[in-house]
Design a protein around this ligand. Structure first.
Ligand code: 5AD
Ligand code: SF4
Ligand code: FES
Length: 369
C-alpha cells in the first residue's frame, strides 16, 4: 500500500477515486501526503504567509443557511452594521500593523443602501490608503452589476464559498426556497471569474451527510473552475442553528482537523500556486490548527481587525478563536506562531495569487500576439 501512495504522490492530477484514496490515508501515509504538500508549497511559493486583516462589517443577513449562527431566523443575535468611521479605524490599524490587505466580510444583503455603502467604503479605503491596501470582499451573492461596481471601485479579490459542490448535499444544509439556490451560487462564481476578480471559493469539512467522495469532487470543482483562492475549514456545529441536531452524526474534532489538513494538502498538490487560507475555524477545534494548516499547504491567514464591541455578535460558529484578543495581540502572536513552523509573514504586501497573476499575464501575451 505504501508504494501505492508514494507513486500517487508523484502525480500532479488525480481522478476522483485517487483523491478519495489520498483523503483516506492515515498515520505514516498521511505524513507522506502532508510532507509532499509542504515540499510543493515551498517550491512554488516559498515559506511566505500573507495576511488579510478581517473586518466583520455587519452581521445582518437575508439568508437562513442551516449551519450558520448569523442566519436570519436566529433571534439570539443583536444585529449591527459598523459605522464608516469604525471601518476607517480598522484601516488605520491595518496600516499601523503593516497589513498589506484587508478583507471586508458580512452577511448577505442586496438592498440599495448596502450595495451603495460597500461601493463607497471600497472607494474610501482605496483613497485613504492611497491605493496601498488590497481589498478582498466577502459579501455573498450579488447581481453581475453589483459585482462589477464593487470591482470598479477597487476591490480585486472576492471570496464566495460554495460550501459543497454536491447539489443534493447543498440542499441538506440550506433551506429549499428561492433565496437559497445552488444554481445561483454556481452562476455567481462564474460571474466573479468573468468580472476579473481573483476569485476564491471553498467548502466546509465534516458536514453531516458529507462523504469523502463529496470532498474529492469539491477538489475537482476548484480545479475545473481554476479559482485563484480557496478557503476551507472544519464545520463547527452552532447550538442556535438547525444543523445542531445532527452534531452526533459528524466526525470528531480530531477527524475533522485531519480531513481539513488532507484536503489542503491534496489541493496544494493539484493547484500549487493558488492562495489557500488557513481558516480561523482550524484554531477553534485545535489550538495549533492554523499552524498545522500552514504546514499542510495553506499560505494565507486572516487576523481579526474588527472592533471588540461587535466581535461576539459575529458568531458564525461558537468559540471562535481570538474573540477577546486585540489586533495588536494577534499581530505578535501570529508572528511568533508562524516562526515556530519556519514560515514568515510578508507585511505591507497585497499577496496576490501567483496562479492568478501568471494566468493573467499569459492571457495578455496571447491577446497581444
Ligand atoms: N462552522 C464552520 N464554518 C461555518 N461557516 C458558516 N457557519 C459555519 C459553521 N457552523 C462558514 C461558511 C461560510 C463562511 C462565512 O463561514 O463556509 O461561507
Ligand atoms: Fe448569512 Fe453567510 Fe451565514 Fe449564510 S453563511 S447565514 S449567507 S452569513
Ligand atoms: Fe489572535 Fe493568537 S492570533 S491571539
Amino acid at each position: 500500500m505504501q508504494t501505492n501512495i508514494q507513486q500517487l504522490l508523484e502525480k500532479r492530477t488525480f481522478n476522483e477515486s485517487e483523491i478519495v484514496t489520498l483523503l483516506s490515508v492515515k498515520g505514516e501515509e498521511m505524513k507522506m501526503l502532508l510532507d509532499k504538500a509542504l515540499e510543493t508549497k515551498l517550491k512554488f511559493l516559498d515559506n511566505n504567509v500573507h495576511l488579510r486583516g478581517l473586518i466583520e462589517y455587519s452581521n445582518k443577513c437575508r439568508k437562513n443557511c442551516l449551519y450558520c449562527g448569523l442566519r436570519k431566523d436566529n433571534n439570539a443575535v443583536d444585529r449591527y452594521e459598523m459605522t464608516d468611521n469604525q471601518v476607517f479605524q480598522c484601516i488605520e490599524l491595518a496600516q499601523k500593523l503593516n497589513y498589506g490587505s484587508v478583507a471586508l466580510q458580512c452577511g448577505e444583503r442586496q438592498d440599495k443602501h448596502f450595495t451603495d455603502k460597500i461601493e463607497y467604503l471600497v472607494k474610501e479605503i482605496k483613497r485613504r490608503s492611497q491605493g496601498t491596501i488590497g481589498i478582498t470582499l466577502s459579501c455573498g451573492e450579488q447581481s453581475e452589476q453589483t459585482y462589477r461596481r464593487w470591482f470598479n471601485a477597487g476591490a480585486h479579490r472576492y471570496l464566495l464559498r460554495i460550501e459543497t459542490a454536491n447539489e443534493e448535499l447543498y440542499y441538506k444544509i440550506h433551506p429549499k426556497d428561492s433565496v437559497h439556490s445552488f444554481k445561483k451560487r454556481m452562476e455567481c462564481i462564474d460571474t466573479l471569474l468573468k468580472t476579473g476578480y481573483q476569485t476564491g471559493t471553498g467548502v466546509m469539512i465534516g458536514l453531516p451527510f458529507q462523504t469523502t467522495e463529496d470532498l474529492a469532487r469539491d477538489i475537482l470543482f476548484f480545479q475545473q473552475k481554476d479559482v485563484a483562492m480557496v478557503g476551507m475549514g472544519p464545520f463547527i456545529p452552532h447550538p442556535d442553528t438547525p444543523l445542531w441536531q445532527y452534531r452526533d452524526l459528524i466526525p470528531s474534532k480530531e477527524e475533522r482537523m485531519s480531513m481539513t489538513l488532507k484536503m489542503i494538502a491534496v489541493l496544494r498538490l493539484v493547484m500549487p500556486e493558488i492562495n489557500m487560507v488557513s481558516a480561523t475555524a482550524n484554531q477553534t477545534i485545535d489550538d495549533l490548527g492554523r499552524e498545522k494548516a500552514v504546514v499542510a499547504g495553506a499560505n494565507v491567514i486572516m487576523p481579526n481587525l474588527s472592533p471588540q464591541e461587535n466581535r461576539e455578535e459575529y458568531s458564525i460558529y461558537p468559540d471562535k478563536a481570538c474573540v477577546h484578543d486585540t489586533p495588536e495581540q494577534c499581530y505578535n502572536c501570529l508572528d511568533i506562531r508562524m516562526h515556530t513552523v519556519s514560515h514568515k509573514i510578508l507585511y505591507k504586501e497585497w499577496g496576490d495569487s501567483v496562479a492568478f497573476t501568471k494566468r493573467k499575464q499569459q492571457n495578455e501575451t496571447t491577446i497581444k500576439q
